[in-house]
Design a protein around this ligand. Structure first.
Ligand code: T4K
Length: 376
């Protein structure tokens, strides 16, 4: 898709101290150690472990590969239950491992996997539940883990959106057997491309490290079916440099989120998805819901109006994985479809100024009126 030169886009990267990053890159070049568990990767892993309060962190080249090595290390078989309302990578990672993604409904309020729907999706072939902490809002880990325990299933989480967040006062990273973060350019902390698997299980951590590096246990010895899921040193240096700015980036995201809530308060037929302010949030997604039959414009018309103004808002994660070609024969998921048809993700992060947000809110205000006379 072509963009106007002055477009304001969802996913514009946050960038920490460039001087420190470039200093690290120079150091990497002069050391001639570019990848394969170098010192910057080790340091990045240490910092992630500290932030997530986990014993082990395995940095990877991206979260998709992270989920793949996690399901391989957990030796999952048959079917894995997950929500359809997620980025396609969650489903693809399973399918690439020869597993069948079984899509279950979400809770329309939280947008996360419904434990009741997950319970209904269990069959004799199910080996695990893969929860997704969508928008950085953690899913119902207690209910999911109780369900899994009752049926002898494993649990892992796609925490691509939830780095730096807490659930029940505990940092995301230590729930289930393991959790997988993304540090892609569009994530609030990026390592250019990258991800990490965190766990408190030392045996699982060892296996993940083995699989990440082709299964090598020594120079000439391969003990497992591995792959190349390693993070390189420049990516780790970018991750470390951005982590040094984590508080500043969260503060900007929070300011932007508050400005959107203020600017869109009382606009008919639209609402901004709330965060639980008793927990720590990264506020990296500003999610607008356009209520059909209440708002004078459809969700697609709102997106169109924004695009015409050079504001590249996104319809994440429409239409749901179960409606994408590789999974199209999956059954109907009416709740997922209703939610996926209402959501617009708005631009935020360092690149989005207060002025931009006022402009974006102005476009939405101009277009959206309540048809019922009630404000949402
Ligand atoms: N699980 C979940 C729940 C996820 O959301 C994701 C990734 C994953 C797993 C897998 O993580 P990774 O394997 O990627 O680590 C983007 C990202 O590529 C993807 O990482 C992310 N989720 C997803 C939500 O967003 P697209 O298809 O929307 O990418 P694209 O090219 O349309 O770019 C998104 C926006 O970001 C555009 O408005 C342009 C802007 N952008 C992008 C890049 C790369 C920039 O302004 N600068 C940049 O450098 O998937």
């Amino acid at each position: 898709m072509t963009m106007k030169p002055k477009s304001i886009v969802v996913g514009s990267p946050n960038i920490g101290n460039q001087k420190r990053f470039l200093g690290r890159v120079r150091d990497i070049l002069s050391s001639r150690w570019l990848s394969n568990n170098g010192r910057y990767v080790i340091e990045f892993e240490k910092r992630i472990s500290e932030i997530t309060g986990t014993e082990h962190c395995i940095a990877v080249c991206n979260a998709t590969a992270g989920i793949q090595i996690a399901v391989q290390a957990l030796e999952l078989t048959g079917e894995v239950i997950l929500p359809s309302y997620t980025f396609i990578a969650t489903a693809h990672a399973l399918q690439w491992q020869g597993l069948k993604p079984t899509f279950a409904e979400i809770n329309p309020t939280t947008h996360n996997l419904s434990p009741e729907a997950a319970a209904r999706a269990i069959t004799s072939k199910t080996s695990a539940i893969l929860g997704v902490h969508l928008w950085g809002r953690p899913c119902e880990t207690e209910a999911i883990e109780a369900l899994a325990q009752a049926h002898g299933l494993k649990v892992l989480y796609d925490a691509a959106h939830a780095f730096g967040c807490t659930h029940l006062g505990r940092p995301v990273g230590g729930f289930g057997s393991c959790e997988v973060f993304s540090f892609h350019a569009t994530k609030f902390i990026n390592s250019l491309e990258g991800g990490a698997v965190t766990t408190n299980d030392p045996k699982l951590a060892e296996k993940l490290r083995l699989i990440r590096n082709f299964g090598f246990t020594d120079y000439d010895r391969v003990e497992a079916l591995g792959i190349n899921a390693k993070m390189n040193e420049v990516c780790a240096a970018m991750g470390i440099s951005n982590l040094e700015s984590i508080e500043e980036i969260i503060a900007i995201n929070r300011r932007n989120y508050d400005l959107y809530c203020e600017g869109l308060g009382g606009v008919g037929g639209v609402s901004v998805l709330p965060y639980d302010l008793t927990e720590r949030n990264n506020f990296q997604y500003v999610v607008l819901e356009v209520e059909p039959d209440v708002c004078s414009k459809s969700r697609d018309e709102v997106v169109q109006a924004l695009h015409e103004e050079g504001i590249i808002a996104r319809k994440y994660f429409w239409p749901g994985c179960h409606r994408m070609a590789p999974y199209r024969n999956s059954h109907e998921l009416p709740v997922t479809e209703v939610v996926a048809a209402r959501v617009v993700v708005l631009p935020t992060g360092q690149a989005v100024s207060k002025k931009c947000i006022r402009r974006i809110c102005g476009v939405i205000r101009q277009n959206c009126k309540s048809l019922t006379g009630r404000n949402t």
